[in-house]
Design a protein around this ligand. Structure first.
Ligand code: FDA
Length: 394
């Protein structure tokens, strides 16, 4: 490895949300910062996020909306850099925004504005950004981390791992963070795709014929539930309710779907009294998309008029419709996942600074660490907050 020439206080690996936030903040605190990324552009995930409008934070951010082997880990960083802090930055850059739903804040115009804002902040901090530079080796000796990248080498007493997780490899996402963590002896919690569509097989396969149908549901896994839309796809289940519950799902588990979340108890027997000559399928069509109503009616196997069906059977049917059990046979994997669950173990990191306890000077931030947020701006808020926290310690 050639000798490092440029003097830096910190090298940030990864020019995504977490890396840029960390670099800009540290740079503006007077640190000399180098950012290295193998992609040809910074913030590629930001650019494709939120349908191109970037759901950049969620005003309901709270630690219980994050999954981690240590549910307390995210508290400190999230408490010190809040959605309001990021919003203040967004407004200072004159970026117009709106709340879409459930506290989710989006750009009015384009996610490009968020990347431009972060790059401007890096510029204000005198940060050097090297894109298109593959990292070929990282070594550590005499308190210095040396990074060989492309035909260059740089060294600094602090190294920040901000290379994210492997979700959406086609835009350059990799598991590099985990390789590097292992190189330094840090534990990695098994990475799995999260916020990802679930696939169906076996008896559930029949639902795949309903591809394109969407309806509001409550999706449940154990004690966790999400009330949002579910979408039936040609491979299984998707839509926000399913993406949310997928983060809690593991192979072999079932999930339950309440197809009629607003139906009061006893509504089907009431419907029988009100319209005894209606079929179950016609009754369900009043509340659900026609194709879904027909498919559910067929699986309930209740033929004939409601008036001829005993109340007990209708009560059973109602219970089933409120907790329809699916046993997904998998997920659509990292190719379709929005995030990775798992990652560099939080037991290795200080929750105040994100520094590795056993390797002074080494930090892990953003998605690389074992902290995963719900759908809806929570993951970017973690990227900003963890990047900011590390920058305070550099
Ligand atoms: P991120 O992945 O953003 O950045 C890592 C950087 O490291 C990249 O620039 C990459 O090129 C680089 N890198 C990787 N491997 C490398 C290597 N070996 N060498 C050098 N560089 C390397 N979240 C949210 O809150 N709101 C939203 O609207 C969305 N929308 C969304 C849509 C889609 C399609 C996806 C895939 C994801 C989202 N997310 C989201 C999740 C969000 O994008 C994600 O949690 C953050 O981008 C994570 O930020 P990081 O900076 O940690 O990693």
């Amino acid at each position: 490895m050639p000798a490092a020439s440029d003097p830096y206080d910190a090298i940030v690996l990864g020019a995504g949300g977490a890396g840029l936030m960390c670099a800009a903040t540290a740079g503006q605190r007077g640190k000399r910062v180098l950012v290295i990324d193998h992609a040809e552009a910074a913030g590629k995930k930001i650019l494709i996020s939120g349908g191109g409008r970037c759901n950049f934070t969620n005003i309901h951010t709270a630690p219980d909306r994050y999954l981690s082997a240590n549910p307390h880990f995210a508290k400190s960083a999230l408490g010190r850099y809040t959605p309001l802090d990021f919003l203040t930055l967004v407004e200072r850059h004159g970026i117009a925004w709106h709340e879409k739903t459930l506290g989710q804040l989006f750009c009015d115009q384009s996610a490009r504005q968020i990347v431009a804002m972060l790059l401007a902040e890096c510029d204000a901090g005198g940060v050097t950004i090297r894109l298109n530079h593959g990292i070929t080796a990282v070594t550590h000796s005499d308190g210095q981390f040396t990074v060989a990248h492309g035909d260059k080498t740089a060294a600094a007493p602090a190294l920040i791992i901000a290379t994210g997780g492997p979700a959406i490899p086609k835009i350059g996402a990799t598991g590099f963070a985990y390789d590097l963590a292992r190189q330094f002896g840090l534990k990695v919690v098994e990475p799995r795709p999260a916020l990802v569509p679930l696939t169906l097989g076996g008896e559930d396969l029949l639902f795949r014929s309903l591809s394109g149908v969407s309806t509001p549901v409550i999706a449940r896994h154990g004690k966790t539930s999400f009330r949002e839309a579910a979408l039936l796809t040609h491979r299984g289940l998707s839509g926000p309710a399913i993406l949310q519950i997928s983060s809690y799902w593991r192979h072999g588990d079932s999930i339950n779907i309440d197809f009629l979340p607003d139906a009061p108890s006893g509504w089907l027997t009431e419907a029988k009294r009100a319209k005894p000559r209606a079929s179950i399928s016609a009754t369900l069509r009043a509340h659900l998309p026609d194709r879904l109503a027909d498919a559910l009616a067929e699986r309930l196997a209740l033929s004939g008029d409601l008036g001829n069906l005993p109340d007990r059977k209708l009560e059973d049917a109602q219970r089933r419709l409120a907790a329809w059990s699916f046993t997904p046979n998998g997920t659509e994997g990292f190719a379709k996942a929005e995030v990775t669950i798992g990652g560099i173990s939080t037991t290795e990191l200080s929750s105040q600074t994100m520094e590795a306890r056993r390797v002074p000077g080494l930090y892990a931030i953003g998605e690389a660490a074992d902290v995963t947020g719900w759908l809806g701006g929570y993951n970017f808020q973690w990227a900003w907050a963890s990047g900011w926290a590390a920058a305070q310690a550099l």
